[in-house]
Design a protein around this ligand. Structure first.
Ligand code: SAH
Ligand code: SF4
Length: 411
């Protein structure tokens, strides 16, 4: 069976350009290029379309009343506003919502909305399908990368959530969706161009208007990209630290072998505009007997000394086949107490939406199992060409079960 990794930033070429993923400048350029809009009117048209798409959430050119009827048809021929398909939707007793979204055949991602996080509620979005890094405690890490998500596919996750929460036109006050965290599947800094474009779109004040201060990008520590992330996006930074010395971090977060703690900490200290109002979040997964001793809590304080920071302790969320266990609650509390005493806010992520998130990733694996069993059936029946014709993205996906385990622990 031939496996090819598709690392391209774009999905299979579609005849129509998806407006959802275009920045303002990109939209103006695309309108000019399309020939539908006169060059001198492109900026104004872009402004109008932008409002309809990103403020009102429209998916239909025909509703754009300030655009002449004669232009709406040609626009719809060249461009699309279509949402991806929501394959599954689950709502937890505590209000947590989870959507399984099919971006393209074999390209499925989960997006989770968690109420009462951040100002009023946070959306956890994915930046890749799978991940090339293999952190030893992370289930996504067992899934090979299928591909980067496009900017349109990242923004679409926010649109789907807004559709479901009934938040169009974009409310300025009393929002349910107030924060975005890039803590879903994938390493955002390995897809930085698309992540940065998506942040430009999501934060635009005449659209979805979620401020950059409320958008957090979580990274395992891709040191050479940190500066670009800060300068290009002005997003809040979260670092998946998980260990205080290289020997352990090399095992837990293997990208550490390439970018060891010394380099990582230097890059964090240089992250633009850090202050008490713009603090780095250090994520620290609590693994029983591995990284949860009081000595490690003290080492953590030493390591981050001088950095405006908060520490997010994440109870480990186990998945089938893992050797790790979650630290005992008392151990986590003792660890948190040491950090608190040193002046760090160190909230323990309380598990949210357990009733649906306990099955986090299972929906996806179910659909993958169906594809896998169809493939096996075809093989048994000697239809080998089915295997050959299976798009490699799907073939890759078949390998996977239960990705995305980390979200089950909530935010
Ligand atoms: N790739 C990025 C962002 C996605 S992971 C990163 O690593 O930062 C979001 C967070 O969940 C990271 O801190 C990650 O280390 C953590 N995580 C992954 N698997 C987990 C698990 N099984 N239990 C608890 N947290 C986990
Ligand atoms: Fe990838 Fe983040 Fe999981 Fe590591 S923790 S494997 S970087 S998704």
């Amino acid at each position: 069976m031939a496996y090819t990794l598709d690392l391209s930033a774009k999905p299979a070429a579609s005849a129509k350009v998806n407006i959802t993923g275009l920045t303002r400048d990109g939209l103006i350029a695309a309108l000019k290029e399309s020939g539908v809009v006169e060059e001198r009117k492109a900026k104004m048209r872009a402004q109008q379309i932008w409002r309809w798409v990103h403020h009102y959430g429209f998916t239909d050119f025909d509703k754009m009343t300030d655009i002449g009827k004669d232009q709406r048809g040609p626009l719809a021929e060249k461009f699309t506003l279509a949402r991806p398909e929501v394959v599954e939707r689950q709502v937890s007793k505590d209000g947590t919502r989870k959507w399984l979204i099919r971006m393209a055949p074999g390209i499925e991602v989960e997006t989770v909305y968690i109420p009462d996080v951040g100002r009023s509620g946070a959306l956890c979005v994915s930046s890749q399908v799978g991940c090339t890094l293999n952190c030893s405690f992370c289930h996504t890490g067992t899934q090979r990368l299928v591909r980067n998500l496009t900017a349109a596919e990242i923004v679409a996750q926010v649109q789907v959530a807004r559709d479901d929460l009934g938040e169009w036109p974009s409310p300025k006050e009393d929002r349910r969706l107030s924060n975005i965290v890039f803590m879903g599947m994938g390493e955002p800094l390995y897809n930085l161009d698309n992540v940065a474009d998506a942040i430009d779109i999501i934060s635009d004040n005449e659209g979805i208007a979620i401020s950059r201060r409320r958008i957090t990008v979580s990274t395992s520590g891709v040191v050479p990209e940190l500066d670009t992330l800060g300068k290009r996006t002005a997003a809040m930074l979260a670092i998946s630290l998980h260990a205080t010395h290289d020997e352990l971090r090399d095992v837990l977060v293997p990208v550490n072998k390439k970018y060891p703690l010394k380099d990582l900490m230097a890059a964090i200290r240089a992250y633009p505009d850090l202050s008490n109002a713009r603090r780095v979040t250090f994520e620290y997964v609590m693994l029983k007997g591995v990284n949860d001793s009081p000595a490690e809590a003290r080492a953590l304080i030493n390591l981050i000394k001088g950095i405006p920071a908060k520490i997010n302790l994440i109870p480990f969320n186990p998945w089938p086949g893992t050797d790790y266990q979650c630290s005992d609650w008392r151990t986590i509390e003792a660890f948190a107490a040491i950090l608190n005493k040193a002046g760090y806010a160190s909230p323990i992520r309380t598990p949210r939406g357990r009733d649906i998130l306990a099955a986090c990733g299972q929906l996806k694996s179910e659909s993958e199992k169906v594809r896998a069993s169809a493939l096996r059936k075809a093989q048994v029946e000697g239809l080998a060409q089915v295997e050959d014709e299976t798009p490699h993205n799907e073939t890759d996906a078949i390998e996977t079960e239960l990705p995305y385990g980390h979200l089950a622990s909530g935010m």
